[in-house]
Design a protein around this ligand. Sequence first.
Ligand SMILES: Nc1ncnc2c1ncn2[C@@H]1O[C@H](COP(=O)(O)OP(=O)(O)OP(=O)(O)O)[C@@H](O)[C@H]1O
Ligand SMILES: CC(C)(CO)[C@@H](O)C(=O)[O-]
Ligand code: BAL
Length: 343
Amino acid sequence: MNRLRPFMRTMSTSALPSSPIPLFTTVAEFRLWREAARRDNKSVGFVPTMGALHDGHMCLVRKSLAENDLTVMSIFVNPAQFAPHEDLATYPRTLPRDLEILTAESLSVSGDSKIRKASAVFLPSVREMYPSGIDQNVAAQKGTFLEVKGYGEQMEGKSRPTFFRGVATVVTKLFNAVEPNNAYFGQKDIQQCLILKRLCRDLLLSHPDPAHLHIVPTARDPTDNLALSSRNAYLSVEGRKIAPTLYEALKAAEHAWNDGQPKELCVVRATDVVRDVATLAKESDLEVRLDYIEFNDSDSLEALDGARCLEADSRPVILSGALWIGTTRLIDNIVLGDMAKLQ
Ligand SMILES: Nc1ncnc2c1ncn2[C@@H]1O[C@H](COP(=O)(O)OP(=O)(O)OP(=O)(O)O)[C@@H](O)[C@H]1O
Ligand SMILES: CC(C)(CO)[C@@H](O)C(=O)[O-]
Ligand code: BAL
């Protein structure tokens, strides 16, 4: 690891918090680190994030630490994936705390006397990621953007039509900068995972190749199963109490599915759960509204056409949903079938 030694210091940008993990704010600086890792024959695992870290992010980090010599996290709030009316300005930005959380994470690897910790944090600037500037209005954008056509319009894409274009674009840039052997994404954002796997296949990427883009199960609050999410921080005390309703609705749909009910009835079971909670919440002036509950094929991402047979050897089905609690939008999903078969 000697060649990596020169990087074992905090970059000298004064606005950055001090950190025992080396921080890189430009692609050129990061590439020197990456080149040294390559020369040292070290595998690199990559965890892309938008910061505001919670234990869901740390599950990705732990898996990367376990499976790679070196782990890199990026923290970048990507303007291109926020529509003009969305929460780019208020998205939580908590870099000093994020670095403390990441620094505290370590893993002792069996057969290896060393303890592994994150090796680098990549903090690119908006200017370098979008050299022609970035307008959240797609029609006004200049420069190079990526679309994974036919897969980003359903589920989340119905409510956020430009979201996956922004994600595909930024993640491709991040992959080009980091050149990871393995990359880790959370099941909470299942459509994002499946679209990015397809992007890797379609663009013949080798860093990572699609098989090395890993989907890590959703981390939940152990007390009530709420999926951990940076946006949970927006919830009021009352909203936080109601937030597990989305998962409860998905579980009701899953039970109906497992009982052999047709898809439409499963969706009704889920909407019943939300309706009852929404009625109660209204009494405290809190608006709770279901955005969608959908069953989608995990390969085409098309909504299921009514045929519901899940053969032992067939592809998994994605049961997913989004719920508004006041002005906060939460998402969650359950994979029906074998997660290992997701491609
Ligand atoms: N509960 C979770 N379990 C596992 N992975 C998660 C969880 N929450 C987020 N991730 C993953 O962490 C990565 C970075 O996500 P991001 O920084 O957007 O956090 P987030 O909590 O998903 O934020 P948001 O509230 O904006 O959806 C993504 O791959 C995402 O799927
Ligand atoms: C993958 C990602 C970091 C791209 O900005 C973001 O969409 C996220 O955090 O899920
Ligand atoms: N984890 C998803 C990021 C977003 O909603 O913008």
